[in-house]
Design a binder for this molecule. Structure first.
Ligand SMILES: NC(=O)c1ccc[n+]([C@@H]2O[C@H](COP(=O)([O-])OP(=O)(O)OC[C@H]3O[C@@H](n4cnc5c(N)ncnc54)[C@H](OP(=O)(O)O)[C@@H]3O)[C@@H](O)[C@H]2O)c1
Length: 278
């Protein structure tokens, strides 16, 4: 069986939706690595996953606060995974009402929601290609009309808002997916989906009126992490979705709803310019 075992790296897999995705993949027989910053949460996640993961599960601590840290993590991971990785699920993210940045200036949302995902996907493409049916899955939210890439101030030093930061990350993910899917038509496959509203640890850094609105709305419209995880588990592992690439899945638990990502050319050009500087 050894050679047949499929493997998955789930970033942000120590909590929330990432953990629920890891649980689904553990049950499906995947060998798992889950990541996060908090080692205690990592140990708890491993304790929960271990009885389900017949092929094994390991927590890898990684703070992707800067491009350099994400690159170092990717290098280390390449040496662990034996040259092949079937699935990369990226579920890292923060929602910060107050702007936070790493010592080198990298804004936290940009680092977690886009930069580290991009760096890991690029670095692990040879391993995902070696898998044959390699898949990349981004856990994200829909892009609204006002979303922009703040090309001259990606770290949002001026006029920061939580929504601006989250939307910039979600938009960059979509633009990258569009470009990656076009460049890798034969795989690895890459897709993203909407989490819905899920009560997880992500709300810990929220304050002010927006926290109020969320806490009033959440009980009415939120879904469980397990329900949110279903589309992502299928995107990672369902044989029926082999070859599907470049899509955004806007509705939790609705795989039949899917939109081919097709952002306009001007945005794409801007994204490629930003990417060239990373
Ligand atoms: N929940 C929602 O309603 C909602 C809505 C919109 C979008 N989303 C998106 O869904 C994704 C999953 O979020 P969630 O709700 O499951 O929240 P969560 O439970 O807080 O999970 C987020 C994960 O990201 C990790 N993380 C954050 N910053 C990191 C960094 N700099 N380096 C490495 N790991 C980092 C966290 O690790 P530690 O905890 O160990 O730090 C945690 O494992 C995120 O991208 C989030 O933006 C969620």
């Amino acid at each position: 069986m050894g050679g047949m075992t499929r493997s998955a790296l789930v970033t942000g897999g120590n909590s929330g939706i990432g953990l629920a995705v890891a649980e689904g993949l553990a049950k499906a027989g995947y060998k798992l690595w889950v990541t996060g910053r908090d080692a205690d949460k990592g140990a708890q996640a491993v304790a929960r996953l271990k009885p389900l993961a017949s092929a094994g599960v390991e927590f890898l601590r990684g703070d992707f606060a800067t491009a350099a840290e994400a690159k170092a993590f990717a290098r280390d991971f390449k040496s662990r995974c034996g040259g092949k990785l079937d699935v990369l699920v990226c579920s890292t993210g923060v929602l910060n009402s107050k702007r936070r940045a790493a010592p080198d200036g990298t804004e936290e949302t940009w680092a977690a929601q886009f930069l580290s995902r991009y760096i890991l996907t690029e670095a692990l493409t040879p391993e995902l290609t070696a898998a044959g049916d390699g898949r990349v899955v981004y856990v994200t939210a829909p892009v609204v009309k006002s979303a922009r890439l703040h090309e001259d101030d990606l770290n949002l030093t001026k006029g920061y808002s939580m929504l601006k930061a989250a939307q910039q990350g979600a938009l960059a993910c979509q633009l990258y997916i569009q470009s990656y899917a076009a460049a890798h038509a034969k795989g690895p496959a890459i897709n993203a989906g909407h989490v819905g509203i899920v009560r997880t640890g992500i709300f810990r850094n929220m304050s002010g009126p927006i926290k109020w609105i969320f806490s009033l709305m959440a009980p009415l419209i939120s879904i469980s992490a397990e329900r949110s995880a279903k589309n992502f588990i299928a995107l990672a592992s369902d044989p029926a979705l082999a070859g599907v690439t470049g899509y955004f899945f806007p509705k939790p638990e609705r795989l039949d709803k899917r939109d081919k990502i097709a952002r306009d050319a001007a945005e794409q050009t801007q994204f490629e310019r930003i990417r060239a500087k990373i």
